[in-house]
Design a protein around this ligand. Structure first.
Ligand SMILES: Cc1cc2nc3c(=O)[nH]c(=O)nc-3n(C[C@H](O)[C@H](O)[C@H](O)COP(=O)(O)O)c2cc1C
Length: 176
């Protein structure tokens, strides 16, 4: 199957997720094109049998440049089997009460872009305190206290559940 994996990243974890998905699909014999939304060349979305879009949540929303790309291509996306991988810290929370919040970010994105994916997976992202400046560290400490409980900010953390992610990819490909 010819599959496009399109992603946006600010801190690098969604880049890693998109490339891990691509390698996983290639190992299963699929023909995969993996692109960052900012380097999107003139490609025809209708050349693909399935499209996976991976994007992180920052301050309660998906990146604006990605929203523009998705909005511009919403009519092609509506004709192909598509999945959204929503990457956030909230997805690492054990508290089911955070789920409506994650779904709300997705709904806002669908309303803004006019795109409704066939399937959605909420993947937990990463925290790289070693790379954050003072302001980001402060913002993240506040979010962390709400979503996962206190953390030692002298360390980095990866929360992504790779087996849950690949099992979602299998389900998506099997129904596409
Ligand atoms: C400045 C900043 C703001 C963030 N805001 C949120 C947020 O509002 N909700 C959330 O669940 N996660 C939030 N996160 C966590 C990110 O979604 C997580 O770190 C993710 O792995 C980032 O993906 P990326 O590395 O591809 O940019 C934020 C992270 C940063 C650095």
């Amino acid at each position: 199957m010819k599959i496009l994996v399109l992603y946006s990243t600010l801190e690098g974890q969604t880049h890693k997720i998109a490339h891990e998905i691509s390698s996983y699909l290639q190992q299963s014999g699929h023909l995969v094109t993996c692109l960052a939304s900012k380097e999107l060349p003139r490609i025809n979305f209708l050349d693909f049998s399935a499209i996976i879009i991976a994007a992180p949540i920052h301050m309660g929303r998906f990146p604006k440049p990605l929203s523009r790309v998705v909005k511009d291509h919403s009519s092609e996306l509506a004709q192909v089997s598509t999945a959204l991988i929503s990457v956030s810290l909230a997805a690492a929370s054990k508290d089911p009460a955070v789920i409506p919040g994650i779904e709300g970010w997705g709904q806002k994105f669908f309303d803004e872009t006019g795109w409704v994916p066939s399937m959605v997976h909420n993947a937990a992202g990463a925290l790289r305190f070693s790379k954050y400046n003072f302001i980001k560290k402060w913002v993240l400490k506040k979010i962390v206290e709400k979503e996962t409980g206190p953390l030692d900010t002298s360390k980095d953390y990866e929360f992504t559940d790779w087996s849950a992610l690949f099992s979602f990819i299998d389900q998506f490909v099997n129904r596409s």
